[in-house]
Write a new protein. Structure first.
Ligand code: URP
Ligand code: ZN
Ligand code: ZN
Ligand code: ZN
Length: 470
């Protein structure tokens, strides 16, 4: 039998911090204790001096996702390999219901990509762009039978994926009744579209106008509207990629009243601010994501909110498009919008850099504790999205998804040494302290230093239960 003991590591979970051994059998944690005896066939891994963390859970990735004319440059394989090197062992990606793709077919297509390519465990949210009686029934069935309990809807991108308030309300009401949750991309799409057209009409085509046409107040407005729709629907609501203080304010207010409102932010909002949008240079296309980077003051507010649980998760919104057209054969990447910022595909890579950057810039600076880091990147996402306690925990019976992390090892982040397909990272050249040494997926070592021991097909689909933990 496949049996391993991870010995003498410092086990850090959302609530614990102690040195012990972990016994793994058949992919699960079966014992935790001091000086656990090793049978002859047991592989013993010395973790002395290392942190042992539950594998990261990233509930916001876009692998092989198509938006408009562009497809993200990471496949399921490259994206989940990259995730693994960053200490993430479960991703929740997206199945895309479009006008011409009914919800069950969208799920089937996504499942196929995951089955062929995934190197870590995975689940899906469904992006819902059309709400009618059939779609509502399909959502209910997805929760009941497919292990899909969350549905993303866009309040932005009119003419493409945006849905109106009535559609959001109907979906919330249905999903909420069945233990699921709607996730909102909250920006006022119609007003943004007007601002974009006005900017282009004035000849403003550079990437910086992406940021200037998506002001924080419009994220605040949509967030407030989303909360009110959820209150009326008596359903929980989750805000993806929250970036603006104007939005945070409404989340805090609602949570203080006991309304089940949740939100994530992403590392790019925690480490970069809108001072980067200082020229007409096309190179700024690397900072084109939605929402755009916000003020330094907003950034400080996000860190505080992570500490006080006004924000519950850090997800990556890994949505990579290359800066160089044709890199690895990918086309319609960032340069697609060279003459028109509104055509620059929105999104940045980040699936590999979450743990190291949050450890370095969050824990080491004293902004959050180690335990809070684990909670934000593993335990809370697992709970909120119905994966707990199989994922997000170091406990008897949990999957042996474990990260051995050296909190003192320095390294320099570079796209050259990352393991995905994207040709850039916003963190290029940044020296950070704290590095993933080994990663175990259900007891299988898939990362060992620089060595990749995993492979496509090793990741399993994890059906998700009701959203919980709140
Ligand atoms: O710019 C972003 N965030 N791209 C990914 C799609 C989305 O809205 O999450
Ligand atoms: Zn979004
Ligand atoms: Zn996204
Ligand atoms: Zn590339």
């Amino acid at each position: 039998m496949d049996r391993k003991i991870i010995r003498n590591g410092r086990i850090v979970t959302a609530i614990d911090d102690y040195v012990a051994d972990i016994l793994i059998e058949r992919g699960r944690i079966v014992a935790i204790g001091q000086s656990l005896p090793a049978a002859d066939d047991t592989e013993v891994i010395d973790a002395a001096g290392l942190l042992v963390l539950p594998g990261g859970v990233d509930c916001h990735t876009h692998l092989d996702n198509t938006f408009g004319d562009s497809t993200t440059c990471d496949s399921f394989e490259s994206g989940t390999r990259s995730a693994a090197f960053g200490g993430t062992t479960t991703v929740v990606d997206f199945a895309f219901q479009r006008q011409d793709v009914p919800l069950p077919e969208a799920i089937a297509r996504a499942q196929e990509k995951g089955r062929d390519g995934a190197c870590v465990d995975y689940g899906f949210h469904v992006i819902v762009t059309r709400v009618d009686a059939q779609a509502l029934a399909d959502m209910r069935d997805a929760i009941r039978h497919e292990g899909i309990s969350s549905f993303k809807m866009f309040m932005a991108y009119p003419g493409s994926v945006m849905v109106d308030d009535a559609a959001i309300f109907q979906a919330m009401r249905m999903v909420g009744q069945h233990g699921g949750m709607v996730c909102l991309h909250a920006e006022n799409g119609n007003v943004i579209e007007l601002l974009i057209q006005e900017a282009l009409a004035q000849g403003h085509t550079a990437p910086k106008y992406h940021a200037l046409t998506r002001p924080a107040i419009l994220e605040g407005e949509a967030t407030h509207r989303g909360i009110k729709l959820a209150e009326l629907a008596q359903a929980p609501v989750y805000f993806v990629h929250l970036s603006a203080q104007e939005a945070l304010k409404h989340v805090v207010e609602a949570r203080d009243l006991g309304v089940p409102v949740f939100a994530e932010t992403c590392p790019h909002y925690l480490f970069f601010d809108d001072s980067v949008y200082d020229s007409e240079d096309f190179d700024l296309a690397r900072y084109v994501m939605s929402p755009p980077l916000r003020s330094k003051q907003a950034q400080d507010a996000l860190w505080t909110a992570l500490r006080t649980d006004d924000l519950q998760l850090v997800s990556t919104d890994h949505c990579p498009f290359c800066m160089k057209e044709g890199h690895l054969g990918r086309v319609r990447q960032k340069p697609y919008g060279r003459d028109d910022f509104s055509k620059i595909p929105n999104g940045v890579p980040g699936v590999e850099t979450r743990l190291a950057t949050i450890h370095d810039g969050g824990v080491r600076t004293g902004r959050i504790s180690l335990q809070r880091m684990v909670e934000l990147t593993s335990t809370a996402p697992a709970k909120l999205f119905g994966l707990y306690p199989r994922k997000g925990a170091i406990a008897i019976g949990s999957d042996a998804d474990l990260v051995l992390f050296d909190p003192g090892e320095n390294h320099v982040i570079s796209a050259q040494t990352q393991h995905g397909n994207c040709d850039f990272t916003l963190f290029e050249g940044r020296e950070v302290t704290g590095k993933v040494r080994q990663v175990y997926l259900r007891g299988n070592r898939i990362v060992d230093g620089e060595a990749w021991l995993g492979g496509p097909g090793q990741g399993l689909y994890v059906p998700r239960g009701e959203s919980g933990g709140w």
